[in-house]
Write a protein of this length. Sequence first.
Length: 109
Amino acid sequence: MAQLLMAQKAIDEAEACLSDAIAATLPAYSLLSEIAAAKKLHSRAAAFSGILETLSPSDGDSVYLHAQRLAAVGRWDDALMRLKPLRKANPTNVNIANTLGVALYHTEA
């Protein structure tokens, strides 16, 4: 549909169509990440959560999920750079605080 709209020079409509398609796809990437994590395929889970975070960078849940997936593959520094701003924005969230604490433990000597 977006290609047809582009061919018709309806650029704004094509962009809106693609934005809607991405929004509908986000839950699928989240579920694919969950499935991969359940199967102990942590790198695959991180790949899916990375796509999710890229498509929805201002969604704290997506960022937190990706931070968790990065931690699961030992990419503590990458997880930490996501967790610090999340903690600042969500000072009462104990899950973020705990994950941040674990990441700090693994990154600071």
